[in-house]
Ligand binder design. Structure first.
Ligand code: ADP
Length: 258
C-alpha cells in the first residue's frame, strides 16, 4: 500500500478489556502498533471499551442499558486519557470525536466532522472515534462499533478498514464451535444469505459477532473499499500485512482481483 494512504483501525471491547477493566498490556501493544502505523499512513482509530474503562469506578449492573450509558460516560474520558498517556511515549497526541450513525445521514454534520478529521490528520494527530453512548445505543445494544467504523472509513475517505477482533479472521463456519473451520484469506463478495441467517443469530444473542463485521464488509465492498479482519490479541498478522505487504493470516475483503 502507498505511503500516506488513509486507514481506519477499529478495536473491539473484547480485545481492550480483561476481567471488567482495560487490559494495560493489550493497550500498550495496540498503541505501539498505531504509532508505527501513523509514521506510514494517516490513521483514524475507532475504539470501543468506554464501559470497561468506567466500570471500576462505578460498578452498576451492566445488564441495564441506562447503567451502561452512565458507565460509558465515566469511562470515555478515562479511555482517551489512557490512550494519550501511552501515545506520549511516541510523541503522538490523540483527539476525541463522539459520533453517531445519524451524523452520517446529515450532509452538514458529516461535512463538519470530515473537516475536523482532515485538520487533525494534517497535523499528525490520532482521531479516536466512538459512538456517543448517551444519545445513541447501537454499540451498547448490538455489541460493537463495526457499523460505525465502516461509515467512518467510507465518509472520511479511507482505503482500508482494519477490524482488530477476538477472532483472527473470517472462517467458513464459527471456529469457536467447529474445530475443522477454515479461514478465508480473501473475500470478494458477501453472500446475502450469510447476512440474513447470521443476522437472526446476532439478534437473539444481542452481540456484535461475525454478522456485524460481514455487514461492514458488504457496505465497504459495495463502495470499492477494503476491509481486513485480524487478531487484536496477536498483532503479527496485521503488522506483516501493513508494514511488509505480506498477507500471512487474517482475512482481506476486497473487490480487487490479484
Ligand atoms: P469483537 O468483539 O472482537 O469485535 P465479536 O466477538 O463480536 O468480535 O465477533 C467475533 C466472534 O464471531 C468470534 O469470536 C466467533 O466466535 C464468532 N463467529 C461466528 N461465525 C464466525 C465465522 N464464520 N468466522 C469467524 N468468527 C465467527
Amino acid at each position: 500500500m502507498e505511503k500516506r494512504c488513509r486507514v481506519v483501525v477499529k478495536v473491539g471491547t473484547h480485545v481492550l478489556s480483561e476481567q471488567n477493566r482495560l487490559s494495560k498490556s493489550r493497550m500498550l501493544n495496540l498503541v505501539e502498533f498505531l504509532a508505527s502505523l501513523m509514521d506510514r499512513y494517516e490513521v483514524i482509530l475507532v475504539s470501543s471499551a468506554a464501559v470497561a474503562a468506567g466500570y471500576p469506578m462505578l460498578k452498576l449492573d451492566k445488564n441495564r442499558l441506562h447503567n451502561r450509558q452512565a458507565i460509558a460516560a465515566i469511562g470515555q474520558p478515562q479511555l482517551i486519557a489512557t490512550y494519550n498517556r501511552k501515545l506520549e511515549k511516541y510523541g503522538k497526541v490523540a483527539a476525541q470525536l463522539l459520533l453517531t450513525a445519524d451524523d452520517f445521514d446529515s450532509r452538514k454534520r458529516s461535512y463538519h466532522a470530515k473537516c475536523t478529521i482532515e485538520t487533525l490528520l494534517k497535523h499528525g494527530i490520532l482521531p479516536i472515534i466512538n459512538e456517543n453512548d448517551a444519545t445513541a445505543t447501537e454499540e451498547l445494544v448490538f455489541g460493537d462499533n463495526d457499523q460505525l467504523s465502516a461509515r467512518v472509513a467510507h465518509y472520511f475517505d479511507a482505503q482500508l478498514l482494519i477490524l482488530l477482533s477476538d477472532i483472527d479472521g473470517y472462517y467458513d463456519k464459527d471456529p469457536n464451535k467447529n474445530s475443522d473451520a477454515v479461514m478465508k484469506k480473501i473475500v470478494h463478495k458477501i453472500d446475502p444469505e450469510d447476512l440474513e441467517v447470521a443476522d437472526e443469530v446476532s439478534f437473539v444473542f444481542a452481540t456484535g459477532g461475525i454478522v456485524t463485521k460481514l455487514k461492514a464488509a458488504d457496505f465497504l465492498l459495495k463502495r470499492k473499499r477494503d476491509m481486513f479482519i485480524a487478531s487484536g490479541f496477536d498483532l503479527s498478522d496485521i503488522k506483516s500485512y501493513m508494514f511488509d505487504g505480506v498477507h500471512k493470516g487474517g482475512t482481506l475483503f476486497t473487490t480487487e482481483h490479484s
